[in-house]
Design a protein around this ligand. Structure first.
Ligand code: LLP
Length: 383
């Protein structure tokens, strides 16, 4: 909910802009940190969800590590001041330069996604006279029951090493003198709202951990990835149920003495702390449809066009008593998929009204593009 003071302030800012509620972010981070602490779980923030500087500063101050998926993210994490011993580097396609830079930064661990990658990291580390810590990202073939496009842990997905390649992987690890095996890593998908999915994941993690231990490998780290979803339909239910989430892992994961459990949360930490604020440029009342045309489009927020993702849309200029009309809410980009919502019930809307698209803190600003030679999106913070 926005206060009258917020709305008056928004009227003087150049739209469209991402509006960040840093106080809410702070509360969400504190809730996650205290829920994780109960079990001594370690959290790495999945930086891909949002690498806005102010957001990163808050996350770093919470003491979380950083989960990176490119050389750029590793560099940024170090620049922002994340402890290099808490930086992990995942991704199916790490380039040699990215690996070399990460080795130079002495990061905590590479989450390795293929046998070929193991060999390359071994060679590059050996050249530097270093030992690279590696965790094996295993594709556990667990269905995350989320949108097809953000499922990562099925056999058909490109991520991780498949179970049938693990014997080769173990043999390779034994041969690679410049690698130190520290554990196993999983990430089965994003926007997971059915917590039972995580029980299934725990069962598979336990099996794979035993498999490695039976072959003489010591597992120090069980990294179960991220994926905890948020409630896009109720943005006011702002802080995810971290205690329930961590309790599942505490109950179903077999953790031996001296083993650490690591998480890589992105969306759950930052998703609700931002809205995209946009202005209505035009209202077109057709025979079959009414269109609201915003000054924000898929260039500012790509999720609806890319995944048909739902974001709650509100007309924040009109009070509750206004008459309600059904609109297709669209952007100005020359693409038919540039649509934020179809048949959205909104207060009767006029040119100049402010529209809030909620829950855009994760995979919003970071996925913005300059397509159609659009300006870089603006940003504002709560005072
Ligand atoms: N760890 C790994 C290895 C990942 O690939 C991801 C996300 C995460 C952790 C964090 O997942 P989260 O806790 O945020 O669900 N752009 C899409 C989401 C892509 C997620 C990619 N990987 C969206 O807008 O829904």
């Amino acid at each position: 909910m926005f206060s009258n003071q917020d709305i008056t302030r928004f009227a003087n800012l150049e739209t469209p802009f991402y509006y960040y509620d840093l106080a809410l972010l702070q509360n969400t981070l504190a809730a996650c940190a205290s829920a994780a602490k109960v079990y001594n779980f370690h959290v790495h923030y999945a930086m891909k969800a949002n690498f806005n500087d102010q957001v990163l500063q808050k996350i770093k101050s919470t003491g979380f590590g950083a989960d990176c998926v490119s050389g750029g993210e590793v560099k940024k994490a170090i620049e922002v001041g994340f402890d290099n011993s808490k930086v992990v580097f995942a991704g199916v396609g790490k380039a040699d330069k990215e690996i070399n830079d990460a080795l130079d930064n002495d990061i905590f661990c590479f989450n390795v996604e293929s046998i070929q990658e193991l060999v390359v990291i071994d060679e590059l580390a050996a050249k530097k006279g270093k030992k690279a810590k590696v965790a094996i990202r295993i594709n556990p073939n667990v269905d995350a029951h989320t949108h097809h496009n953000i499922t990562t842990g099925l056999d058909e997905n490109k991520f991780g090493i498949n179970s049938w390649d693990l014997s080769d992987c173990a043999e390779t690890l034994k041969k690679c003198a410049a690698l130190e095996f520290i554990g196993i890593h999983f990430h089965i998908g994003s926007q997971i709202t059915n917590l039972d999915v995580y029980k299934n994941l725990c069962v598979r993690v336990n099996e794979f951990a035993t498999w490695f231990e039976e072959r003489g490998f010591m597992i120090k780290v069980l990294n179960v990835g991220g994926g905890l979803g948020i409630d896009y339909h109720h943005p006011e239910q702002q802080i995810p149920d971290f205690p329930a989430y961590f309790a599942i892992f505490n109950e179903f994961l077999v953790v031996r003495t001296n083993q650490e459990v690591h998480f890589e949360l992105g969306r759950a930490l930052v998703g609700q702390c931002s809205s995209l604020i946009s202005k209505v440029l035009y209202v077109k009342n057709g025979k079959k449809k009414n269109f609201i045309i915003l000054d924000a489009g898929m260039t500012e927020l790509m999720r609806p066009a890319l995944y048909q993702a739902y974001h709650k849309i509100e007309n924040i200029s009109k009070g509750e008593l206004a008459q309600v009309v059904n609109y297709d809410v669209v952007g100005p980009i020359c693409e038919s998929t540039d649509c934020f919502g179809k048949e959205v019930e909104l207060a009767e809307t006029e040119r100049g009204d402010l529209i809030a698209i909620r829950s855009t803190g994760a995979y919003g600003e970071v996925m913005a593009s300059r397509y159609n030679l659009r300006d870089t999106v603006n940003v504002a913070y709560n005072l």
